[in-house]
Design a binder for this molecule. Structure first.
Ligand SMILES: *Cc1c(COP(=O)(O)O)cnc(C)c1O
Length: 354
């Protein structure tokens, strides 16, 4: 078996998709399954579709191209990141729905659309300070967008808990619903999509407090890791075992827990600090920052603890009696998963969804 490898249990992704979709559809909410953490991997998209997601969404054109090449045309493809003016033609040919905020981009999208108008969802910044118009700009921009040829304004959306860490609440999502109603009056359009955020909105869905009028959610991490992203707690009914990283032990030796000699900078320019636990068994695994984020790995076996890592080495404190050549399994944080999926050095193994 090639090491390091990332094992993807497609059955867990399908089951999590189905549970998110079941709860969302019960409240009239459509779900876009977000594939970006898996770089648009077709097997993952397929598992999401088998769980019933209504759309597939990704932030990168390369990933949408991967989905198109794999023949995903049963559901709309959504582009999550605001389009670059330099890649408008690709954005139009690869996506059915595009999140937008700048009129300049909307104009160019409309011009690039041939025959079929581009569906656009106008993003509103409800305080997280990433993308989107400030609320006082929304209605006038929607009215201007509604007049553009080649562009079909399909709704409003927001994104929270990404930069500013702002929680979705009935109040801020209620503001999005109210803005959509105002924009409908100003434009005469349906604006059927009111996209109320990402995984961080799932707790509201689970508690039944997602405001009426939110009709769409874009869900990545919740489906992949089975957690919400407010406190990263497991969501009832979702599985947390879709991904495992496997790496191989290349050294086990007894050493002191504090380095010997004068401490300067580590390989990444930080000055490290060490707690003295005396001598201990330490294992080195052949996986590092070029494969994942060491701090985001949690050993699945008892008696193992991640001490740190460099480009190609992961250091564990070993009270489990590891031997050279043995494989160790880890669960991954979202960041570690993103890095492992993106790294060409990590072999990907997809376990089938029966
Ligand atoms: C990444 C992203 C999502 C999905 O976020 P999760 O927290 O993984 O659910 C949704 N919308 C936008 C705009 C994104 O960039």
């Amino acid at each position: 078996m090639p090491n390091p490898r990332l094992i993807v249990a497609l059955e867990a992704i399908a089951a999590n998709s189905a549970e998110v979709v079941r709860r969302a559809h019960a409240r009239g909410v459509a779900v876009a399954g977000v594939t970006k953490v898996c770089c648009g991997a077709p097997p993952v998209a397929e598992a999401m579709l088998s769980g019933g997601v209504d759309m597939l969404a990704d932030s990168r054109l390369e990933n949408l191209a991967r989905l198109r090449r794999a023949g995903f045309d049963r559901v709309p493809l959504m582009l999550l990141r605001l389009p670059m003016l330099s890649r408008i033609a690709e954005a139009v040919s690869l996506s059915d729905v595009i999140l937008v905020s700048e009129l300049a981009a909307m104009r160019r999208l409309g011009l690039a659309a041939r025959g079929r108008p581009v569906q656009a969802v106008l993003m509103v910044d409800l305080g997280d300070l990433r993308e989107g118009l400030w609320p006082d700009q929304v209605v006038q921009t929607a009215a201007a967008a509604a007049k553009l040829e080649g562009l079909a304004l399909a709704g409003l959306g927001t994104n929270l808990t990404c930069y500013g860490g702002i929680k979705p609440t009935p109040a801020n999502l209620g503001q999005l619903v109210a803005l959509a109603a105002e924009a409908r009056r100003a434009t005469g359009l349906d604006l059927a999509i009111v996209s109320g955020g990402n995984t961080s909105s799932l707790p509201l869905l689970w508690e039944g407090s997602l405001p009426q009028g939110v009709t769409h959610l874009r869900v990545g991490e919740g489906i992949m890791l089975g957690v919400e992203t407010i406190a990263r707690r497991p969501l009832p009914g979702l599985r947390q075992d879709a991904f495992r990283l496997v790496a191989e032990v290349i050294e086990v030796q007894k050493k002191p827990s504090v380095p010997l000699g004068e401490i300067s900078q580590d390989a990444f320019g930080h000055t490290p600090h060490f707690a003295d636990r005396g001598w201990e068994k330490r294992a080195i695994l052949a996986v590092g920052r070029q494969d994942c984020i060491p701090e985001g790995l949690l050993p699945l076996r008892k008696g193992l603890r991640v001490l740190g890592g460099s480009s190609d080495h992961l250091l564990l404190s070993d009270q489990a009696g590891l031997g050279v050549g043995e494989e160790v399994e880890f669960s991954l944080s979202y960041g570690a998963l993103l890095a492992a999926m993106t790294s060409p050095y990590v072999h990907k193994e997809f376990l089938p969804n029966p």
